[in-house]
Design a binder for this molecule. Sequence first.
Ligand SMILES: NC(=O)c1ccc[n+]([C@@H]2O[C@H](COP(=O)([O-])OP(=O)(O)OC[C@H]3O[C@@H](n4cnc5c(N)ncnc54)[C@H](OP(=O)(O)O)[C@@H]3O)[C@@H](O)[C@H]2O)c1
Length: 389
Amino acid sequence: MTLKITILGATGSIGKSTLEIVRQHPDHFKIVGLSTNTNIKLFEKLIKEFRPKKAVIANKSFFKKTLSFSGVKIIAGEEGLLEISGDPDTDVVVAGIVGFAGLSSVMAATRAGKRVLLANKEALVCAGNLMVENCFASNAEIIPIDSEHNAIFQCLGVGYRCFYKAKNLSKVILTASGGPFRTWKEKEIENATVEQAIAHPNWTMGKKISVDSATMINKALEIIEAHWLFNLKSSEIEVVIHPESIIHSMIEFSDKAVLAQLGQPDMRVPIASGLAWPNRLDMDLQGLDWRDIKTFNFESPDDKRFPAIPLAREVLNSGGSLGAVMNAANEVAVLSFLNGDIAFGSIIGMVYDSLEKFSQIASQNISSLDELIILDNSVRQFCTKLIKI
Ligand SMILES: NC(=O)c1ccc[n+]([C@@H]2O[C@H](COP(=O)([O-])OP(=O)(O)OC[C@H]3O[C@@H](n4cnc5c(N)ncnc54)[C@H](OP(=O)(O)O)[C@@H]3O)[C@@H](O)[C@H]2O)c1
């Protein structure tokens, strides 16, 4: 059977990796929906190659009336993202938009009962409770493709469904590469440049997640992501630095047996696993050469140089909608850092200040996407004012 796929964020790092797999397996997969935000040049090429039924340019100002392909409906704006996410002709939605901008389309896909391959961790960080509600109501299925969570999902085995507590699971162990500044001194980290921050030692990714890896806010977001996906408390989610990025994460059972998923640091592996799940695809990729791997190293994260991890635990323990506050502040701070408006060391400061400012307002769970958008906007305005000071 051919699986009909919609890729949200087709022009990004996750989107392009997904399309490489589709190219290798034209008999298994058919692209029915694609989206971009602004990258029209690449998008045109992708439309010509994959001929989706619908193609969305999320940013309306990049839409050109002259863009026309027979048999392809071109839609501009966020309403297009919602349309392709819930399209009856789509079997699987790959959620590869970066940040809060990807949330409403993920919500639309879960409302429509789709199988969602979730890369957009920010959606769960901001709206975990709403996503769980949607999935339970519509029977939508989340398959995480963030490499760590996909590793855990694979270890939990065929038959496991996200949002349920797995039987006899005592904890998950999220591995972290430590990012480009793992061995740097605190003072050096504070003034790191954009080039240094986005030069991840093991993974090639979009700019935002690369900066998140450098601050280790990525791992903080992943703790919250794991909390929702696997129904775990903060104390059941351990983080260990593993600089080789070969062990993608592990699970430990109550009898202390540990299962791990290993492989090259290549996002095509978790995406392929998600696309075929519970089956497997033949992938033309380089496997691990065990003779090349001399050692596996492990260390504890340094909470002083990288305070994001203890902060995520505070956010989880406090509950409410603080995840959305943390995410919005981080998005503004990362963009400002990439634009040269703030120092690398100010990113985490902005997240702290926002959490402090919004701790009361966000102490309750949010019950709708509209309320969440209002909270997200308020945090963004607060951060923008901080930058101007
Ligand atoms: N990259 C990885 O290896 C990796 C690994 C694990 C998890 N993830 C997660 O996957 C998600 C995507 O990451 P990425 O690295 O692939 O990001 P990316 O390379 O920056 O790509 C982001 C995609 O989202 C689109 N986009 C950006 N802003 C948008 C908006 N406002 N509305 C609609 N579409 C928008 C972009 O369009 P344009 O091309 O037009 O800008 C692009 O197609 C993130 O949540 C990230 O945390 C990524």
